[in-house]
Design a protein around this ligand. Structure first.
Ligand SMILES: [Zn+2]
Length: 293
């Protein structure tokens, strides 16, 4: 498996970060020729992005998220309509589930990521090895596990189905945005991705529209039962939008360990969503107020 080979040279030769040229110099390997062409393209893109970012020097050095988390949060909001008795927190956990596993697998050394400015216009990360969290086969397995556990505990069919589909929706959204780096199964060399992230403008239009529509659906399906229900919701929406722009405009993270630690911050969104759900109720036509975790 090619990732095994990469793993060994990754350990011996860590990627160097050259802030002057905004390029990363990966260690040389047998793929040198093919890589060289790709590297030149990436350097071109990196310079373009560097110029975009030069005007954003005031941005704090915030580690960039692994995926279109604003899109994943969006589908969690929308799913409340399909599973009104399931808490928004659990829906958020399912939509981000494989991104919650990913930092754990990185820290355990099971999966790997490398900093590669210009990898796409939107992210400076090269997701070259993440078969257990992000291969299609494993994501379907995680979806079944998540939905199955929920069903066993809560006995709420609509919720279990929505949660399982949310876990899988993550892969579909990643497929749309990532360059072809998503494996079909662990050990498979077939990698897919439509590469929306090659264009910052297209990404912001698609993700922005998706987010706006899904938040609108959530607002339509629920109403605040006190002031916290309003402020907590709009606080989270604002927070997601601000972090989104910081991620796109901010500098790349300094090292991949930090990416793994920062990745765990996604739990904050889950906890925040549970808090929102406690202070909002589903509107009458859908259900009288009663929410399962
Ligand atoms: Zn992901």
């Amino acid at each position: 498996m090619c990732s095994e080979g990469r793993k060994s040279w990754d350990e011996t030769q860590p990627v160097e970060w050259d802030s002057a040229s905004e390029t990363s110099r990966g260690p040389r390997s047998e793929e040198t020729t093919r890589e060289a062409g790709a590297q030149r393209t990436r350097q071109g893109r990196a310079q373009h992005i560097a110029s975009q970012r030069a005007s954003a020097d005031i941005m704090p050095n915030l580690p960039q998220g692994p995926t279109m988390f604003i899109g994943h949060a969006a589908v969690a909001f929308a799913a409340k309509k399909a599973a009104p008795k399931t808490s928004l927190g659990t829906l958020m956990m399912a939509a981000q589930f494989i991104d919650l596993l990913w930092p754990v697998f990185l820290l355990l050394g099971l999966e790997h990521v490398r900093i590669d400015p210009g990898n796409t216009a939107v992210t400076p990360l090269d997701f070259y090895d993440y078969p257990f969290s992000h291969s299609l086969l494993m994501v379907v397995v995680w979806g079944l596990v998540f939905g199955g556990v929920y069903s066993a505990v809560r006995r709420y069919r609509a919720g279990a189905i929505a949660l399982g589909l949310l876990v899988i929706s993550h892969w579909v959204l990643d497929f749309l945005t990532h360059r072809p780096d998503l494996p079909l199964a662990p050990g498979s060399d077939i990698r897919v991705g439509l590469g929306l992230w090659d264009s910052v403008a297209a990404t912001m239009i698609v993700e922005g529209l998706l987010f706006a529509v899904c938040v609108a659906l959530y607002v339509q399906a629920t109403k605040a039962i006190d002031r916290i229900g309003t402020f907590a919701l709009w606080g989270l929406v604002t927070f997601l939008v601000v972090i989104y722009f910081m991620n796109i405009l901010g500098p790349p993270p300094p090292d991949s360990d930090l990416i793994a630690y920062a990745g765990n911050a996604s739990w904050l969104l889950v906890i925040w969503a549970y808090w929102i759900d406690k202070h909002r109720t589903v509107r009458e036509p859908l259900l009288p107020h009663s929410t399962l975790p």
